[in-house]
Unconditional design. Structure first.
Length: 383
């Protein structure tokens, strides 16, 4: 295949989404029209929650939740170093300090026992992330939060459609946040959604996303009760989201099929550690990330990634540890060895091409190059 023909991700947009956008463009409301509330209603019904608040991104949603929970300078929020950087950046955005706790090595989520030991008088919340959409361990994290009377903020940006013991991702904490970037299960182009059963928090988030205006206050468009932001979602984005939500079951099934095909091809590969999925988990796959075995180093993994890219296979190292990102290392003095499980896992991760419509031939091509790349990596080590 030609170079980079098999991309790492690709959105699944049909004529229905295109028609929905055109309908908005032909109407009177590009923003603050009927599509935002309609999208929120669809989300609320799907999750069975009281409130859903559409925002411009998952990052914006996390920021609003932290502000709504009155978290600020001098406070600490426990979170994971194995995530996309936005989950900890949002904590810095309110002036609080992210306190990293290491992950467990199966689901790759926060280790609840280590979280409990890290709680201090400065801890004001726990921000948990479902890594790659896997909710395993979120129940234990919620119990720790409840025991210590701390709010659990659930970063579910990678997990829409997943559930654990029939409990849907986004409903384990005081609030949950979803993201709709084009590589997610559903997309709105850019966008996010806050969900909660806490009415006070919901109303604060609605205000923060809309320049500090209070919903229903009667103050009018130029009345601002608090510092707020332009975190609104346009009707154009919401229109895409409405159709994507209607297709969610189909989308999840497609992604499960692709993941199943990968697992079938790789099950007997002793050089690969496949994702660990608990029997009580229904998995809505965000990405498909495998790990190289203990025989490989981070340098070996990087050699393999470069080989795959040279041969037209989109791939990445999901996720580099947040605490070793230059800003965090310089700002907080983190160093290699601080969170050994995160670092050990991160050194060996390989994200393979993954999207709804990946074909059997494309998967076979990826597997061929992956196996050959591993052979070359082993030969390089022996040389």
């Amino acid at each position: 295949m030609d170079a980079l023909q098999i991309g790492l991700s690709s959105p699944d947009i049909t004529k229905a989404e295109i028609d929905a956008v055109v309908e908005v463009l032909k109407g009177r409301h590009l923003s603050l029209g009927p599509k935002g509330p309609e999208f929120e209603s669809a989300f609320r019904r799907y999750l069975g929650v009281d409130h859903a608040i559409a925002v411009s991104s998952g990052t914006a949603g996390l920021h609003c939740c932290l502000m709504g929970l009155n978290i600020g300078p001098g406070d600490e929020v426990i979170t994971t170093p194995f995530s996309f950087i936005a989950s900890s950046n949002a904590i810095l955005m309110v002036g609080a300090k992210p306190v990293f706790v290491d992950i467990e090595s199966t689901a790759l989520n926060l280790d609840a026992e280590k979280v409990e030991k890290a709680i201090t008088s400065k801890t004001k919340a726990i921000l948990g992330v479902e890594a790659f959409g896997n909710p395993c361990g979120m129940t234990e994290l919620a119990k720790v939060a409840q025991r210590h009377e701390l709010p659990l903020i659930e970063d579910s940006c990678e997990g829409l459609g997943s559930s654990y013991k029939k409990r849907k991702v986004g409903t384990f904490g005081r609030c949950g946040v979803f993201g709709f970037y084009p590589n997610k299960q559903i997309t709105t182009g850019e966008g996010g959604m806050i969900v909660t059963n806490d009415e006070r928090l919901a109303n604060l988030c609605r205000s923060y996303r809309n320049q500090g205006r209070d919903p229903g206050s009667g103050g009018g468009w130029l009345a601002h009760q608090r510092l707020g932001y332009n975190y609104r979602m346009s009707d154009i984005n919401a229109a895409i989201g409405i159709v994507q939500m209607q297709r969610l079951d189909e989308i999840v099934e497609k992604r499960q099929r692709v993941a199943h095909d990968y697992i079938t091809h790789l099950l007997d590969n002793t050089h690969i550690i496949l994702p660990t999925i608990d029997a009580d988990t229904v998995m809505s796959w965000f990405v498909f990330v495998v790990r190289l075995s203990d025989a490989f180093t981070g340098e070996d993994r990087d050699f393999l990634l470069n080989y795959l890219k040279r041969n037209g296979i989109g791939c990445s190292n999901y996720f580099p540890p947040i605490h070793l990102q230059p800003f965090y290392a310089e700002q907080f003095g983190y160093k290699r060895g601080d969170f050994p499980v995160t670092e050990y896992v991160s050194d060996r991760t390989v994200a393979l091409p993954f999207h709804n419509n990946l074909t059997a031939l494309e998967i076979e091509t990826v597997i061929h190059h992956l196996n050959h790349g591993i052979e070359l990596t082993l030969h390089r080590k022996d040389a």
